[in-house]
Design a protein around this ligand. Sequence first.
Ligand code: SF4
Length: 432
Amino acid sequence: MTIPKVALATLGCKVNQYETQVLREHLLQAGFREVPFKGKADYYVINTCSVTEKADRKSEELIRAAKKSGSTAKLIVTGCYAEAEGKRIKEKFPGVDVVLGNNEKLRLDKIVGLHDPVLVPPKPSISDFYQHNRAFVKIEDGCHEFCTYCRIPYVRGNRIRSRSPCEVLREIENLIQKGFKEIVLTGVNLGLYGEDLSSSESLVHLLKRLQHYGGGVRFRLSSLEPHLVTNDLLELMGSSSSICPHLHLPLQSGDDYILQRMGRKYTLDKYRRLVKEARDLIPQASITTDVMVGFPGEEEHHFQNTYHFLEEIHFSRLHVFRFSPRPGTKAFSMRPWVGAKIQKKRSEELRRLGDTLSRRFAVRFLGKSLRVLVEEKRHSGSGSLMGYTDNYIRIFLEGKDELKNQLLKIRVIEAGKGGGAIGKVEAADEGT
Ligand code: SF4
């Protein structure tokens, strides 16, 4: 019997990457062999994204690429773009065999075209994370915030679905046993975790339960909506050595009028106070953010306000992106649109600012001793080892392959290069 070959590709966020891993493990269990996406396969599964027009385009490029590599192969398209534009995909790409929305993503029976109930995964969970040395663990799905530019509540559902703490803990335990030293807790809107469970369940509760894993592993939180960050969470982060002192708090705009048009649930003043509280409670805290340029109605003075707010907060890293009109959202019909040239100019300005801010943050730690997790992949240009500190500074190191996947204490000996720093190994972290 020949073993069927499957190739998987994923676009988008950590939640999507987690779901591909669930699918991968179920396919392998069902007797498939994974091959690279660029190679010949019998099945191609593309887990798409639809956060921006660019993501839609990339999703379509992957469909075309799969069709080219395996003209007789079965082509399955799933994920957010499939959820939002399933009909369009079928019309545009008649060669696509199956389009599965997010709810059906794990229906192996539909993927392989069989109706054997044994193939339907009983429970989504993972025990490994392909080609990563940190594992993403999805703990929550869905968002009911309806920010005016965002398609997520429509393509992922506006009902919050939290995984039970027992299930999450079991999965994390398996990953730790497998050797993972960093676990990133992720969700569509992570701060809403527990809202649909009993009244005592929350992100803070879950994190407290993770504390007994000790120093050999660290936990990182993915993006958190600013208005959902509680004082309890900040206190716990400040007192725990296993939760990374890193908060990614999407700001989106540094102008109250634009924030209000975006349907964001905080003002700049509240955001400012939150950052101050976080810095008071969490030593060495790194605050990173997402910022959008070119939201409909964003005039030059609104943009300048954003620029100055970013400088004032001195974020340690910026993720800059341009507004993209998503069909079905409120902002899709908002006017006036900001021209492409202006969007480009504004995003370039913010990227330059982001580089400066990252450099400044890294320089603050010159001569300091920090914990870093060394990654599997070396830097392609210099061949140096690479990793991230707890507070998310990118570190380059010289050393042997044995250091890979180790949590090490390093001393920062040069800071600011490429927004990161050069470190020297001091010792393995005591907890390892
Ligand atoms: S909080 Fe807003 S931006 Fe984030 S997923 Fe929900 S609707 Fe989208």
